[in-house]
Design a protein around this ligand. Structure first.
Ligand SMILES: *Cc1c(COP(=O)(O)O)cnc(C)c1O
Length: 361
């Protein structure tokens, strides 16, 4: 059997989408499945999340891939596109590139697309200063877009929170205010809330919500785990022991000899490393689950392997399953904190070398 494996629980995906619906009962749901569905495998995830009202990815290539694999729902390209060729491809594949620059509007006024773009969104910079035009520029931009033959149907207003994971931070209200005002003024649909806002800011739900991380059962807040928010973790990352042996007190383990056995120690070697996306920042810090118990990672994470201290594991043998994260005792949020990063990154960087295995329940 191949390993390492990222086991993807499709029932958990459906549960988490139902959780979004329960939290935001009056909003439509645009499920964010960019970056290969945060490393979970985009086609299987899109199929499991078929109850979404629309999907969002970052780039044109991601949208084309979904269309080529038979996904038919509206697909928003959150980064937009900037050339006639890319607008033409978006139109041909019925993808919806977000408009976030004046130069995009100007281009749309000069070219003739094979068919009009549908399900269009204008990105407003309500304070994050990443992508979008200012709220003040929005009315004039909307006038131009409504007059443009390359677009058909209503245009929605989109924006993105910079601090929604910081519950109670006043900058969130400062971003919400101009979006509410524009909604009032134009009567157009607004799409603002990412996962943290879906959970923590009901007043930001408005017409459409746009969750990513929570669909994968992971918490956007650094003091909570998915299960504490009634989410079910979707990914379980696991591998196998490929060696077990004993070393003497005083012997060093791994590159740089970063860990020294203080007593005679049984070492286990598990087949996963930074070449699979298991970050090197977990060297000497992480724990894994083996036979239902936690075993510490000792020494540096290598490209293909990690070493474990198995002194409490008399029975451990080559071939034993080793779980890296995705169990209640070993949440990915906790490993992210140990690695000095966010759980978004740990799941997203899992490499193609790790086999995705689908389970259902
Ligand atoms: C990635 C992304 C999201 C999803 O954010 P989560 O925190 O994962 O819910 C929503 N909107 C935009 C513009 C994004 O880039």
């Amino acid at each position: 059997m191949a390993f390492p494996v990222a086991s993807i629980n499709l029932a958990a995906l459906r549960h988490n989408l139902a959780r979004v619906r329960a939290l935001a009962p009056n909003s439509q749901v645009m499920s964010v499945i960019k970056a290969d569905a945060y490393g979970h495998g985009v086609i299987a995830v899109a199929e499991a999340l078929a109850d979404s009202d629309a999907f969002a990815v970052a780039r044109l290539s991601e949208g084309i891939h979904l269309r080529q694999q038979g996904i038919e729902k509206p697909i928003v390209l959150l980064e937009g596109v900037n050339t006639e060729a890319d607008f033409t491809a978006a139109a041909n594949y019925q993808l919806s590139p977000v408009i976030h620059l004046h130069s995009q509007i100007q281009l749309l006024q000069t070219i003739t697309l094979p068919k009009p773009l549908q399900f269009n969104w204008l990105m407003i910079d309500s304070g994050m200063h990443r992508l979008g035009i200012t709220p003040e520029q929005a009315p004039a931009a909307l006038t131009m877009l409504k007059a443009c033959d390359n677009l058909s149907g209503e245009i929605g207003l989109m924006s993105h929170f910079a601090n929604s994971d910081l519950v109670g931070d006043k900058r969130n209200q400062q971003q919400l205010a101009p979006m509410r005002a524009l909604r009032q003024e134009t009567g157009l649909a607004v799409c603002l809330a990412n996962s943290a806002a879906v959970i923590a800011y009901p007043e930001s739900h408005l017409d459409w919500v746009r969750p990513g991380l929570m669909l994968y059962g992971v918490s956007p807040f650094d003091d909570k785990t998915g299960p504490q928010l009634e989410l079910e973790p979707v990914m379980q990352l696991k591998t196998r022991l490929i060696a077990v042996y004993d070393i003497d007190a005083g012997e060093e383990v791994g590159y740089g000899g970063d860990w020294t056995a203080e007593v005679p120690t049984r070492i286990g070697v598990a087949s996963i490393g930074y070449g699979d996306g298991y970050t090197r920042h977990l060297s000497n810090k992480a724990e894994v689950l083996l036979r239902g118990q936690k075993a510490p990672v000792v020494g540096r994470v290598s490209m293909d392997t990690i070493c474990l201290n198995l002194n409490d594991f008399e029975q451990a043998v080559v071939g034993d399953e080793v779980i890296l994260w995705g169990k209640a005792e070993l949440p990915v949020e906790q490993l992210a904190e140990l690695a000095g990063t966010i759980p978004y990154e740990l799941v997203t960087v899992i490499c193609p070398r790790v086999q995705r295995e689908l389970s259902d329940g």
